[in-house]
Design a protein around this ligand. Structure first.
Ligand code: FES
Length: 86
């Protein structure tokens, strides 16, 4: 998420700064890319369950740490997400 914010990627807000409290960093991934991602923390899974725009292919960008293993990963940013805390 930090890299996306630094690059000005549209749709990545990061309202809570990565505290798993807003979902304004919501991204979707293709089925074949999901196994590349680290398992979601239970708090991330719980927050995603409250977000209408989330699907089984959704993750919070703030919980994904860049590494060589993720080279080539393509995230689809959900542009219309509103924080569930608003
Ligand atoms: S920045 Fe708030 S959940 Fe990711």
């Amino acid at each position: 998420m930090d890299a996306a914010l630094a690059a000005g990627v549209a749709g990545i807000v990061g309202q809570c700064g990565g505290a798993i409290n807003c979902a304004t960093c919501l991204c979707n991934f293709e089925d074949n890319q999901l196994p590349l991602l680290p398992p979601a923390h239970p708090d991330e899974t719980e927050l995603l369950s409250y977000v209408d725009e989330a699907s089984t292919n959704s993750r919070l960008a703030c919980q994904l740490i860049g590494s060589p293993a993720l080279n080539g990963l393509v995230a689809q940013v959900v542009l219309s997400i509103a924080s569930p805390n608003d």
